[in-house]
Design a protein around this ligand. Structure first.
Ligand code: C2E
Ligand code: CA
Ligand code: CA
Ligand code: CA
Length: 279
């Protein structure tokens, strides 16, 4: 109920609960959803103090017929377990690239990036780099506008192989962000080996930034680490002006969160941001 109020979708509606009582039925519901085109990308703006609107993170939404939208927090883990994440992830990659091509046709949106979330299973497929390349080629999207968000779980193992794969993809011009930074257990020695462009301060640290001295200290440290490695540092989950002011005072210069804009479907994005000018 809390999730419903905040994000305008439910974890489970009672009716959906019946449909997806077991994992295998959730799996088949997801499979059917892919075939019936029940998935959609929402886009949440990202800003920097230096460059204004940077672009958007693409966030997956599933709206089964006759049901309220289902949170990715519910279906992504199941999609990962069942391997359906590969088809879903491929769909996200293509759909984001197609959107980049539409943006490229307008001067106001030409320079904007789209960041997509890549799951561990998707990234570790041997042909992942080839799939990124063929999505870019098939759509004609500018690789420099595509950013891939990886979590620490992706990069936790076999760091040598991960670095090699990231480098292959970076050679295409694609950039990388390390998502949910600070929540995993990757060591700093890993971090310096990864060819990253951005780290995202996890929203759990931003949430209690003002009230928790510990969280403030962690955020300050993350910003310093990012800085010293030459990475862009973006804070996610920024909901209040106070948080943004505090983050700015700690020299964080990029932001994403409800304060700046909620995730919206592209038709609403156009309405909200079409005439948005760089500050
Ligand atoms: P994430 O990548 O950490 O995405 C950020 C989540 O925080 C999103 O939840 C977003 O809607 C929410 N959010 C944004 N601003 C605020 C804010 O100011 N306050 C609060 N409380 N929340 C905010 P969402 O869209 O429900 O996605 C949840 C997670 O599902 C994502 O976390 C990501 O891990 C996963 N996910 C979403 N789309 C995809 C996808 O296409 N592929 C994969 N593999 N995972 C995805
Ligand atoms: Ca993300
Ligand atoms: Ca995140
Ligand atoms: Ca997260």
């Amino acid at each position: 109920a809390k999730a419903a109020g905040r994000n305008a979708f439910c974890l489970f509606s009672p009716a959906l609960q019946d449909v997806i009582d077991t994992r295998s039925s959730l799996e088949s519901a997801l499979r059917g959803g892919l075939n019936r085109a029940e998935f959609q990308l929402y886009y949440q703006p990202q800003f920097s103090l230096d460059h204004g609107l940077l672009g958007a993170e693409a966030l997956l939404r599933w709206t089964p017929e006759h049901h309220p939208a289902v949170s990715p927090a519910v279906f992504i883990p199941v999609a990962e377990e069942t391997g359906l994440i590969l088809r879903l992830g491929q769909w996200v990659l293509h759909t984001a690239c197609e959107q980049l091509v539409r943006w490229a046709q307008q001067p106001q949106t030409r320079d904007l990036k789209i960041a997509i979330n890549v799951s561990a299973r998707q990234f570790h497929r041997p042909d992942f780099a080839a799939r990124v390349r063929s999505a870019l080629e098939a759509t004609g999207a500018n690789p420099a506008r595509l950013q891939l968000e990886l979590t620490e779980s992706v990069v936790l193992e076999k760091v040598g192989e991960v670095v090699e794969r990231m480098q292959q993809i970076r050679q295409l011009g694609v950039t990388f962000s390390l998502d949910d930074f600070g929540t995993g257990f990757s060591s700093l020695s890993y971090l310096k080996q990864l060819p990253l462009d951005q780290i995202k301060i996890d929203q759990s640290f931003v949430r209690d930034l003002i009230s928790s001295g510990n969280d403030a200290a962690i955020v300050r440290a993350i910003i310093a680490i990012g800085r010293s490695l030459g990475l862009q540092v973006i804070a996610e989950g920024v909901e209040t002006q106070d948080q943004m002011v505090y983050l700015t005072s700690m020299d964080c210069r990029a932001f994403q969160g409800y304060l700046l804009g909620r995730p919206v479907p592209m038709r609403d994005w156009q309405r909200a941001w079409h005439d948005w000018q760089h500050q």
